[in-house]
Design a protein around this ligand. Structure first.
Ligand SMILES: Cc1ncc(COP(=O)(O)O)c(C=O)c1O
Length: 403
């Protein structure tokens, strides 16, 4: 570390200079290794947040660090007006291990979803339907904070204060096929959803529902878009979340775990849809540059070589059982939710206090949708680390008054 300051000093300096957009906890992270992080006061935490589903191979995994260091010695950036070998290698890895044929690289989840939206609209035009531009997304969804993805997000609290919200999006109830059917009209070009709603409260899409959505898309000539920004790259127990249900989309976004912290997003598409994009239709200066694609290649190769998704499925099942134990013990717990290592404890009370008390005891967790404790640890966690986290949770939860 170049500057030696404690948590308090970083908090004060941050409040002075950084925009006030996050409800931050009062610690500053300075180190991370495996499933543990350290703050500026030297306190260590077991990390069940993992950068919100980003550090899936843990903090500073050796293959990713080595790939970034090596790439820094070769070439860090070059424009997409040239071919970028690591980008091509990553695209091949993603296509050969999924049902998709072509990939576009960008810098974040929101930017990936912007691209999905543009591709779906362009595809409708190339199919001879310029009147089709409307996209049906889901209530409680989360697709990002840019103007387009904010509009795609089916939550008023994300829109409030930033109107007018971009037109062209309507919102169906998640897991409710009739609600979706009612919204399809002559303007509809696509349906967009998360295979598990993360920010919305860790809610799984039912397999039967996904099959019906696919059928609806096929019957009506609509493009199906999955937002796999939070669930992609191993988190659900499969490399891609669609592999859990077996129901394929036409376009899928990725980000978060793809770079394990190197800022990269992507969207993949089936050939016939991808063909709608021609030179000049879409672009990104940094998108898929040598540095981030070198990191992401190391991530995907490690995921495949070590079969990390299978580990996530196994540990996820173990963790879910332990969470069910907490549900049985505490009457203010409503349910246990999620898939693989995207798990949640739905509470009948707000979850903020439990998060703060876990922090004090050295466990990082997060609360989403106000009342859902969300657990998105690195996918490499062990049973012993799950036991440690559950013991802290149990201790904290025993102090909570249900009223
Ligand atoms: C499902 C989903 N889509 C999109 C995003 C936006 O990603 P980013 O913050 O990288 O723009 C997120 C971020 O939490 C997400 O969970």
């Amino acid at each position: 570390m170049d500057i030696l300051m404690n948590n308090q000093e970083w908090v004060e300096l941050g409040k002075k200079y950084c925009m006030n957009t996050y409800g931050r906890l009062p610690i500053a992270m300075v180190e991370g290794k495996g499933c543990y992080v350290k703050d500026a006061d030297g306190k260590e935490y077991l990390d069940f947040v993992a950068g919100i589903a980003v550090n899936s191979l843990g903090h500073c995994p050796e293959p990713v660090v080595a790939a970034i260091k090596k790439q820094c010695d070769e070439i860090i950036h070059c424009s997409n007006i040239y071919w970028i070998p690591k980008q091509v290698e990553l695209a091949q890895l993603l296509c050969e291990n999924s049902c998709y044929d072509k990939v576009f690289f960008c810098n974040s989840g929101a930017e990936a979803n912007e691209g999905c939206i543009k591709l779906a609209r362009k595809y409708a035009i190339t199919q001879g339907h310029p009147e089709k531009y409307e996209i049906i997304t889901m209530k409680k969804s989360f697709h990002g904070r840019t103007m387009g993805t904010m509009a795609a997000t089916g939550q008023d609290k994300i829109h409030n204060g930033f109107g007018p919200v971009a037109p062209g999006f309507v919102y169906a109830d998640y897991n409710d096929i009739d609600s979706l059917k009612k919204l399809i009209n002559e303007k509809t070009c696509a349906i967009m959803l998360e295979p598990v709603q993360g920010e919305g409260g860790v809610i799984n899409a039912e397999v039967e529902y996904l099959k019906q959505v696919r059928e609806l898309c096929d019957q009506n000539g609509l493009v199906l878009i999955y937002d796999e920004v939070q669930v992609g790259i191993g988190r659900t127990g499969k490399l891609f979340a669609y592999q859990v249900s077996g129901v394929e989309a036409d376009i899928t976004s990725l980000a978060k775990a793809l770079g394990n912290g190197a800022p990269i997003g992507a969207f993949m598409a089936k050939q016939k849809v991808a063909d709608a994009f021609q030179p000049g239709d879409h672009g990104s200066t940094y998108g898929g540059n040598p540095l981030v694609t070198a990191a992401a290649c190391a991530v995907v190769k490690t995921m495949l070589e070590k079969d990390i998704p299978a580990h996530a499925a196994k540990i996820g099942a173990y963790f879910k059982e332990k969470l069910a134990g907490l549900k049985a013990k505490y009457s203010y717990v409503d349910d246990v939710r999620g898939q693989g290592l995207l798990l949640g404890l739905g509470l009948k009370i707000p979850g903020g206090d439990i998060v703060a008390k876990c922090l004090e005891k050295g466990l990082l967790i997060n609360c989403t949708a106000g009342t859902v404790l969300r657990f998105v640890p690195p996918l490499i966690i062990t049973e012993a680390e799950v036991d440690k986290a559950v013991a802290i949770l149990d201790e904290v939860m025993s102090t909570v008054k249900a009223e």
